[in-house]
Design a protein around this ligand. Structure first.
Ligand code: G4P
Length: 526
């Protein structure tokens, strides 16, 4: 098969949603359509075990499984799909954000009863950084929820993206009869508890068709009214706008009942983009270039903590990976041979012979790979758009044995290189402040410091609530700022200056007072 055919059939995406909107349920149904799992409950069981505890050793024991669930590869029709997990709930972390830098599109799941919620807003912000195309699934129509039009308005207002319905629901909750596909002009009739996609589909060419009244009773006129309203209110689907990330096609359904999922997946593979060009500092890299290039977006600790064994996840940007190939690790300026790379299936992992642009491969890492590192068989490239995200939660670390300061430093640097947590060293006093975007990271860090670096530490609270990296063109202004704000300044693990503020109000005030200083919410890996 030719190179470009291999690339054209790949789809690499992540699901963005707020906890409980139905991401796990939907993932499971998608995997079932792809034949990747046979049994409902497989993904779910994993999720339940993961969240039943925040005890790190138990989490670690389950890592073998969760590594596999970080990326799930499956086939559907002629497509090869890489579904990247965006961890939610307590394990919501910077990783969750960073996974989105490795995808070509996203699926957004919204609970029809809740509308847009906080975590979706945050993830959407990351999608917007690269104008990632997004397909929306409004879930749980079998329950009472918000009016469909109100949901679309909510998405448009909160997420600043235009909605274009592809299907329209008939009723909801007890009155939920199905969805009308506006483009195929078909009515899919809802049946609760379907195991497969065995729903009745009725072709309705003209909304005045009396068949509609037979099937829907009094709700036929409601549908007619809704659609008339929509014709005036919603713009039609526009592929270009979708690919620019400014319009999202919207589907309605019920994941747990497998209703509307196949339509979603079909539209998704047809509309969403194959791996495209990627920006590097040096130039734009095209997926069908012959030379191999890939960047690391995630590092995950492996099963055996004693070996400090990690898997580095790479997204291939161009060329072809071949087992045993030698690539250049540009940050270290060294050639490395990759004897084995792993590709992750839904419940399994396998060593692979070859992989193409868009694929995610796992490479063993003994501490030499950092997030943002690039491997190529060509010139040095530094892919952009894999930033550090300003943490939202802070703790000051307290070392129980002062003699272990060196080990603490080493452990924190390595854990921050993995992207597990961010480390800031205060200019005054040299204390370590840890920053994370999810609270679980703090427990994991202390447990790993203990298990892997033999460092006994815990936390004390800090007043800090917000971090911003600071830069200035004017050196004099920067020195003045440094002098006056010394007690709020620290350096991150790579030596970049960061301002830690006790409140959003204080940050805003400081920003207003110091126009010569730029406050950055994200920082690119150098
Ligand atoms: P998440 O990964 O986004 O956190 O959500 P998850 O799929 O776990 O779904 C959260 C809850 O919503 C689950 O119920 C799930 O069964 C339910 N759910 C998902 N899709 C639908 C749907 O289309 N309709 C309805 N009515 N519920 C749906 P739970 O009570 O938390 O778990 P369980 O009892 O199913 O195990």
């Amino acid at each position: 098969m030719s190179f470009s055919t291999e690339i054209a059939k790949r789809r690499t995406f992540g699901i963005i949603s707020h906890p409980d909107a139905g991401k796990t349920t939907l993932t499971e149904k998608l995997l079932m359509f792809g034949g990747a799992i046979q049994m409902a409950g497989a993904v779910k069981a994993r999720k339940a075990s993961r969240h039943a505890t925040s005890d790190w050793m138990k989490i670690e024991q389950e890592r073998g499984i969760s590594v596999a669930s970080s990326v799930m590869k499956f086939n559907y029709r002629d497509f090869e799909i890489n579904l990247l997990d965006t961890p939610g709930h307590q394990d919501f972390s910077e990783d969750t954000y960073r996974v989105l830098t490795a995808v070509d599109s996203a699926m957004m799941v919204i609970d029809s009863a809740s509308g847009v919620e906080a975590q979706t807003e945050k993830l959407m912000e990351v999608c917007r950084m690269r104008n990632t195309p997004i397909v929306t699934f409004i879930n749980k129509l079998d329950r009472e929820g918000l009016e469909p039009l109100d949901l679309l308005t909510d998405i448009e207002e909160k997420l600043q993206i235009e909605c274009t319905p592809m299907s329209w629901p008939v009723g909801m909750g007890k009155r939920f009869k199905g969805v009308y596909n506006l483009y195929k002009k078909e009515l899919n009739l809802f049946k609760a508890g379907a195991k497969t996609n065995d729903f009745d589909t009725v072709k309705i060419n003209d909304l005045s068709d009396p068949k509609l009244d037979e099937l829907l009773g009094s709700q036929a006129d409601e549908l007619r009214g809704d659609i008339e309203l929509l014709e005036g209110a919603a713009d039609p689907f526009n592929l270009e706008q979708f690919l620019l990330g400014s319009q999202t096609p919207v589907f309605f359904g019920s994941a747990v009942n497998n209703f509307g999922v196949k339509e979603l997946l079909d539209a998704f593979v047809e509309l969403s983009p194959a791996p495209g060009p990627r920006e590097a500092v040096e130039r734009t890299v095209h997926p069908d270039e012959p030379g191999f290039s890939a960047f690391c977006f995630k590092i995950q600790a492996n099963m055996d903590p004693a070996h400090r064994d990690r898997i580095a996840f790479f997204r291939i940007c161009s060329g072809k990976f071949k087992k045993g190939m030698t690539v250049r690790h540009h940050r270290l300026g060294k050639d490395v041979k990759i004897p084995n790379a792993t590709i992750f299936m839904a419940q399994d992992r396998a060593h692979i012979e070859e992989a193409y642009a868009g694929d995610i491969i796992g490479i063993h890492n003994h501490g030499t790979i950092k997030i943002g590192d690039t491997f190529t068989t060509k010139e040095a490239l530094k892919f952009t758009g894999i930033p550090n995200f300003a943490p939202e939660l802070f703790r000051r670390i307290r070392l129980k044995d002062p003699m272990k300061r060196k080990q603490l430093h080493k452990g924190l640097v390595q854990l921050s290189e993995e992207g597990a947590v961010q480390v800031f060293k205060t200019l005054l006093g040299g204390d370590y402040i840890l920053g994370a975007v999810g609270v679980l990271q703090f427990d994991v860090t202390v447990a790993r410091l203990n298990a892997e670096y033999k460092v006994d530490a815990d936390y004390v609270a800090t007043d800090f609530q917000i971090a911003r990296w600071v830069t200035a063109e004017d050196d004099k202004k920067m020195s003045e700022f440094r002098r006056l704000f010394e007690s709020s300044l620290s350096e991150d693990a790579d030596g970049f200056l960061s301002y830690l503020a006790p409140s959003a109000w204080k940050l805003n005030y400081t920003e207003e007072q110091w126009p010569a200083i730029t406050f950055h919410k994200t920082r690119e890996h150098i």
